[in-house]
Design a protein around this ligand. Structure first.
Ligand code: 4AD
Ligand code: MG
Length: 463
């Protein structure tokens, strides 16, 4: 039985077996308390051995050499607990030590470890309270994502990981090749991409958007949820080289509809976490980020603030921080920096902000151009503490304008005939966004570093 089911069952003197890993062992005179955790929920179960009542000699012997980290099976009866802080405990009768953990070398001894230290032992860190909670919250959020879309008429599209196109035009792509590059370099031969596996240069995808668009223009509402890759140099607490992105795409929808979807979606996910991950969130609230629960509750009740990029820049420029604290002085045309995003969400709005209509020069080729010739129908959702959590836009559905913009940006339109076909045949206004899944997990848990919300973080010089 899993510990979560045992704890939910309640004490009834029933006999059962607990399987898990020892967190702590406390030796009192005749009583030995062993806290066992199996990761099925935040709480462990206390197993109490009463030597006074006589334990088998095997159990006595194993108990004496039991250490933190060992795996065990403990048979006993579930009884009401006299101790505070837990309703039930196991009146333990028999202990089987399955796998020992040498106290001299096992890295997770009882003291509190720094997150930096735990990053060095990523293969063991899931056994700590923090990383167990992150893993459970992450899993539940992923399920909630699928549930939200299922309930709203979206289909899950599996877009490719290997691709020949650069969806964001940002150039930070990992190349995929089977050519023997070191050998070519040794012999001084320039690589012939025609002879590469796919007959052309290919990359790991930075976004499933363009392919998702093709399916939205057939099934109306679709989404992708998969790994994406960016060879970005940004060594920050919000960037990874490999991260998971959720990208809904809706046909017959403009920017207002997209913004409404983003707000509904985030609120749904927060509500779901508050309800289904209450114990884990309680831990984050107490030990990681004070007020994280109340913050989520407030966001669920709030109405997101809407502001255009132009107004946002005006606000930033006239703020006191612009004169004193901003490292990067805001001006019309600049990309909003994290410090600006934090100011907008924390000082101006005190909650999530949806910024729209960015300058076209700082946004991707596919965004729908406004009539002012300067801005595009882009939308970023910013949240306190993190800044950008969602980036999206209405897509350019005017074939001619799209072609002109691509040429301006030096793109080869011949590589994108398939993409232009969506505008050529039965084109429709359509819109979509990308939510960085790790940023979502960061926001919900209050974890400060993105490397601590994915099991095996990949970033520059780290794999
Ligand atoms: O703003 P981005 O680059 O938008 C796109 O990729 C669009 N194609 C999405 C779309 O419209 N379908 O990325 C979307 C989100 C960001 O808001 C951020 O949350 C996350 O993806 N993100 C990253 N998360 C972790 N590490 C990185 N290096 C990230 N880059 C973007
Ligand atoms: Mg973005």
């Amino acid at each position: 039985m899993l510990v979560k089911d045992i704890l939910a069952a309640g004490a009834g003197e029933q006999e059962l077996v607990v399987s898990g890993w020892v967190r702590t062992k406390r030796d009192m005179k005749s009583l030995v308390f062993v806290e066992v955790n199996d990761g099925s929920c935040f709480a462990g179960i206390q197993c109490t051995f009463d030597k006074g009542r006589g334990l088998g000699s095997g159990t006595e012997r194993e108990l004496a050499r039991l250490t933190s980290g060992a795996s065990v099976e403990i048979r006993g009866r579930l009884v009401p607990s006299p101790a505070s802080g837990q309703k039930v405990e196991l009146a333990a009768e028999e202990l089987t030590l399955i796998g020992g953990a040498d106290a001299e070398t096992y890295p997770l001894q009882k003291k509190r470890h720094s997150l930096e230290f735990l990053r060095e032992i990523a293969h063991l860190r899931a056994r700590t309270n923090t990383f167990g909670s992150v893993a459970r919250v992450r899993s539940r959020l992923a399920l909630a994502v699928h549930r939200f879309f299922e309930e709203n008429g979206f289909f899950f599209i599996h877009t490719p990981v290997i691709t020949a196109n650069d969806a964001e035009g940002a150039g930070a792509m990992f190349q995929v090749t089977t050519l023997d590059i070191p050998e070519l370099a040794r012999t001084g031969t320039p690589p012939d991409w025609n002879r590469d596996f796919f007959g052309k240069r290919c990359y790991l995808t930075v976004s499933g958007q363009l392919e998702a668009e093709t399916y939205a223009c057939a099934l109306s509402r679709v989404y992708t949820f998969g790994p994406t890759f960016r060879a970005e140099n940004s060594n920050t607490t919000r960037h990874l080289a490999e991260f998971w992105m959720i990208e809904p795409e809706m046909a017959f929808t403009g920017l207002p509809g997209l913004a409404a979807l983003a707000e509904d979606f985030l609120k749904y996910l927060f509500r779901d976490a508050l309800e289904k991950s209450a114990d884990d969130l309680d831990f984050f609230d107490r030990r990681v980020q004070k007020g994280v629960i109340e913050n989520l509750q407030n966001v669920v009740k709030s109405k997101f603030t809407h502001i255009t990029y132009t107004d946002a820049v005006n606000e930033l420029q006239k703020s006191k921080a612009a004169k004193e604290a901003f490292e990067f002085k805001p001006y019309w045309g600049c990309d909003l920096q994290t410090e600006h995003e934090k100011y907008l969400t924390e000082k101006i709005a005190d909650g999530p902000v949806i910024v729209t209509d960015y300058p076209k020069e700082i946004k991707a080729f596919y965004m729908k151009q406004n009539d002012d010739d300067k801005t595009v129908r882009a939308m970023d959702v910013l949240v306190p503490r993190l800044g950008e959590i969602i980036g999206g836009s209405q897509r350019e559905d005017d074939l001619e304008k799209l072609g002109v913009r691509m040429k301006e940006l030096g793109m080869n339109t011949a590589d994108y005939t398939w993409y232009m076909d969506l505008r050529r045949y039965g084109g429709v206004p359509h819109s979509g966004f990308g939510l960085g899944f790790e940023r979502l997990v960061q926001y919900v848990t209050g974890m400060a570093n993105i490397r601590d919300v994915i099991p095996y973080p990949r970033s520059r010089q780290r794999v």
